[in-house]
Write a protein that binds this ligand. Structure first.
Ligand SMILES: Cc1ncc(COP(=O)(O)O)c(C=O)c1O
Length: 394
């Protein structure tokens, strides 16, 4: 459907009804194709954020569009708590097939935070313990269970009285992790690569210690791969780079390529009791069909190798830029198409300057410019970004 409104009108109408919670740039996006986005006036933007890591196949990918349209004609919902469905069972089988060994069970939900809620509930129900250990700078969502494990104090403090027991230790600090995990720990939850916190990969030593501590203390290891999972780092799951398998794995974002879906995969030895968890929309045929189309396209278009190839070229170019401009760039981090540039100044003005030149990137903390482009990003797209980046940092 063609957009009938202008940017100013869209923004004014939105602000009139604003919840107050969201802070958006004064840009309205109304159409997308591949790696490109457009506003109502026809201004073109190169998408380096994928809707925060969601549009894995880019926008309006023909196979995903066809799958959703076809499914809408057939069946969109069927009360997953009551009945079985072919697409839900196929997706469960597909995801457990690509996941690390042992993760044989799945609970479907609708978002990243719900995937984490599910993981925390499962860990607490299984162990009968109250405490979760999480990492500083970590982000696991905004609903109350997940929020307890999210680090940013400004997100958590207003709701402190409602939050369950979580301890935050510095990321990659084995000693502090060792001190924090004990016989009261239900789970340790970690992102193998911190996303919202600014793209910080874990050290192998840290994830190995987390695995060993959970084993020693009878706690469960949860990897939150809502941002890093489903191929973004060049492997299906970032934990594969480390060879460490969690007991519970949370995914969402790229899984549906834009259709809301979350999933919590867990070890075959774990299981909810009947009725202990549920979701009206979770595992509905429409979102499962979309996710199956995303997984198929990633396989058929060989996108994991493509991400590794384009991602490492992008990383090399960001590193070269850092060598040229060390007075502007403090550090370059990331894997695959999950990359960041840490500046020596605030990222806001640079993001604004990129936007004015047709590049939409993300922040990741106050000094970090974050890139989560669609998996179909090409070397040419990388060069487009690098040229503009070099210009705005000049
Ligand atoms: C690692 C991680 N976990 C959980 C979430 C929450 O996902 P959602 O916004 O879909 O609830 C996010 C969102 O950015 C995330 O990056």
């Amino acid at each position: 459907m063609d957009c009938q409104m202008e940017t100013a009108e869209i923004i004014a109408q939105d602000r009139e009804h604003s919840s107050g919670a969201l802070s958006a740039a004064p840009v309205a996006i109304v159409r997308g194709a591949g790696v490109w986005l457009w506003d109502p006036e026809g201004t073109e933007y190169l998408d380096c954020g994928s809707g925060i890591g969601v549009a894995a196949l880019g926008h309006a990918h023909p196979a995903l569009v066809a799958a959703i349209a076809d499914q809408a004609k057939s069946l969109m919902t069927c009360a997953s708590g009551y009945y079985f469905n072919d697409l839900r069972s196929q997706l469960a089988s597909k995801l457990t097939g690509i996941a690390p060994d042992g993760l044989e069970r799945v609970f479907f939900s609708n978002s990243g935070t719900e995937a984490v809620e599910t993981a925390i509930k499962l860990a607490c129900a299984t162990t009968g313990r109250p405490k979760v250990v999480a990492a500083m700078r970590g982000f696991h969502g905004r609903t109350l269970g997940a929020l307890a494990t999210t680090w940013k104090p400004s997100f958590r403090t207003p709701f402190a009285s409602l939050l369950s027991d979580a301890t935050h230790i510095p990321y990659n600090d084995v000693e502090r992790l060792t001190d924090a995990v004990d016989a009261t720990t239900a789970a340790v939850i970690l992102e193998p690569i911190q996303g919202e916190g600014g793209i910080y990969p874990a050290t192998s030593e840290f994830l190995r210690a987390a695995r060993a501590l959970c084993n020693d203390h009878g706690a469960l290891l949860i990897f939150d791969e809502v941002q890093s999972g489903m191929g973004r780092t060049g492997r299906w799951f970032a934990c594969e780079h480390y060879g460490i398998t969690p007991d519970i794995l949370c995914i969402a974002k790229a899984l549906g390529g834009g259709v809301p879906i979350g999933a919590t995969l867990f070890h075959s030895a774990l299981q909810f009791a009947k009725g202990q968890h549920g979701s009206t929309f979770g595992g509905n045929p429409l979102s499962c069909r979309a996710a199956l189309a995303v997984v198929d396209a990633i396989e058929q278009e060989n996108l994991l190798d493509h991400i590794s190839d384009v991602g490492s070229a992008f990383l090399d170019k960001l590193r070269s830029l850092q060598e040229e401009r060390p007075e502007r760039i403090r550090e370059v981090r990331g894997m695959g198409l999950m990359l960041a540039l840490e500046l020596r100044s605030k990222a806001g003005p640079i993001l604004k300057a990129l936007e004015e030149r047709g590049i939409l990137a993300l922040s990741g903390g106050s000094t970090v410019v974050r890139f989560l482009p669609p998996y179909i990003f090409t070397h040419v797209d990388v060069d487009r970004v690098m040229n503009v980046l070099a210009e705005v940092l000049r």
